[in-house]
Design a protein around this ligand. Sequence first.
Ligand code: 3PY
Ligand code: MG
Length: 256
Amino acid sequence: MTAFALASALRAGDTVYSSWCTLASPIVAETIAREGFAAVVLDIQHGLWDTAAIVAGIGALHHAGSTPLVRVPVGDFTFVSRALDFGAEAIIAPMINTAADARAFAAVAKYPPLGERSWGPQRAMALQGRNVTTDYLREANDGTLTLAMIESATALGNVEAIAATPGIDALFIGPYDLSTVLSGGKAQDVQAPEVERAIDKICAAASKAGKIPGIYCNNTDRALAMAKRGFRFITIGSDLGLLRDSAAAQVKALKG
Ligand code: 3PY
Ligand code: MG
């Protein structure tokens, strides 16, 4: 895989669609990637991945020519630089609510002078076929991406400050958490008017700050509509949803 392909594409203005895997199976992630997804998120926050599976999953995605992203658990900033060292080329951090959260995230993800990422990307370099440390060091801050999740009322209030934080490359919307909080815990309607307004506000804040707007979608129609609304990093559904949908379709076809 070309080193840092996702960051190159997004920084060049492309729109990238990504799959999303929760099932802790490197082979499932690789199989999905080989159908043509340029990127795949391995979700530790709500998924089942342990450290050994994440290391293998990242390797499998490199092997398939697809960029691995890792979503870390809430506040787990220590795992950010570990996942980058394992060869993830972008990190999604959930519940980034304030500029201070954004600064803490950027600090562990970016090398000095931008941040304080500690040196040790041996596996990431091997997956890129590199052995000159200064090549990786020179390219990593631009080549790896930090995606700050905006998915709470507090984050919505602070969205411009979060977007303006140096070292934050993208805002990534979690519409389910947004819907949950904006409905006072009553709904999971990602197309409710107040959620749609929040989505547009976050997209505008990202674009105004020169950052990449991203969003989680649960189907391809919604993903294509979000691309028209200006989003450029768009994830669709999950490995579990793909399995469930095709199993349900088979059962329906068999039983009528
Ligand atoms: C959300 O919708 O809250 C998400 O975090 C998507 O994964
Ligand atoms: Mg969420």
